[in-house]
Structure formats: C-alpha cells, structure tokens
Ligand binder design. Structure first.
Ligand code: SF4
Length: 186
C-alpha cells in the first residue's frame, strides 16, 4: 500500500486533470489519518495519570478517534508521558522503529520535553527529541488532559497538511533528528 501511495503522485500528474485527483486523494487520506490516531501509550511517570484521565468519561478521548493500542504494530502515534530514564531510551527507540509509517510522536510534560525537574539527574534523558523525532510538545508539569487534547488537535492540523507528493505516503521516510539508542548524549 505504501509503495502505491508513494508512486501515486507520479501517475496522477501524468494524466490530464490529475492534480485535482491528487489533491482530493491527499484530503481523503489525511482526513482518515486525522480521525484515527491510535496511540501506543507510553506512561512512564505522573504525567501518565493525566493521560489516563483524558481517556475517561469527562474528557472522552475516543470522540477524537484516539484509541489506545498495546502494540507498536497497530499504532501510529507514540505518546510519551513521563520521565524517560537513560535505561528506557533504547526500548523507546526500538518501539519507535517497530511502528509503521507514517508515525507521529508526542512528548507530554516537561520530563519528556526536556528532563523537567530531573534535568540535572545523571540518569534522565533531557528530552525525547534527543532519541526520536518529536511532532508535538505539550508543556506542563503535569499538563492537564485539556492540554493533551489541544496537542492532539495540533497534530491533526499537521496531518491535514501532509501531501503524498512531499513524502506523506506510507513507506519509511529518511529520518531526521538525532538518534542515540544508548542515551549516551542525552
Ligand atoms: S513533567 Fe512533572 S508531572 Fe510529568 S512526569 Fe515529570 S515530574 Fe511528573
């Protein structure tokens, strides 16, 4: 499927009126992705409690199509909530690579963003963007469920700007950002 999506812009542009078909296809695919974000929930510390609250009755995350998955094979969003220790860095990178493209990452809370209150600790990764690329950062210690929902809405806006022509298909893209599975530089 990914190869078909990646080749589709070339085929569409070769036929008369193909750009209209391409734009419509982009819109439909983006809409599908926007309303079916399945996060692999990665609760590591206190922020995870706020994340769990977002799934509960009052905030009802399901209405955004956000359905938590227990397997990276079925997830397209890695939601890191909490303090990432250097010991945990390598498993996070492994899990990230097990997720299918296109995959997104959200850092929830100061700890995931930059180390938070444990910035000076020898054992804490000073932001998960040191080990995997991050799409949306949610500030706060901890951020409230409303902030998480706002973060998802920002990610949805980003998804709606994805174009097949610019590599928004489903095959693995050239990855950018630092990669340090051992967390040595973190
Ligand atoms: S950012 Fe604050 S609330 Fe969230 S995991 Fe770190 S210490 Fe806990």
């Amino acid at each position: 499927m990914g190869i078909i999506l990646d080749k589709f812009p070339l085929i569409a542009k070769a036929i008369p009126g193909g750009q209209v078909v391409l734009t419509s296809t982009d819109y439909i695919i983006d809409l599908g992705r926007k309303y079916s974000l399945w996060p692999l929930t990665f609760g590591l510390a206190c922020c995870a409690i706020e994340m769990m609250v977002a799934y509960a009755g009052r905030f009802d995350f399901d209405r955004f199509g956000v359905i938590p998955r227990p397997s990276p094979r079925q997830a397209d969003l890695l939601l890191i909530a909490g303090t990432v220790t250097k010991k945990m860095a390598a498993p996070i990178v492994d899990i990230y690579h097990q997720m299918p493209e296109p995959r997104f990452v959200m850092a929830m809370g100061s700890c995931a963003n930059c180390g938070g209150p444990f910035y000076d600790s020898y054992s804490v990764v000073k932001g998960i963007d040191r080990i995997i690329p991050v799409d949306v950062y949610i500030p706060g210690c901890p951020p409230r469920p409303e902030a998480l929902i706002y973060g998802v809405m920002e990610l949805q806006k980003k998804i709606m700007r994805m174009k097949l022509e610019r590599g928004g298909g489903a095959t693995v893209q050239a990855e950018k950002g630092s990669r340090d599975p051992a967390g040595e530089d973190a």
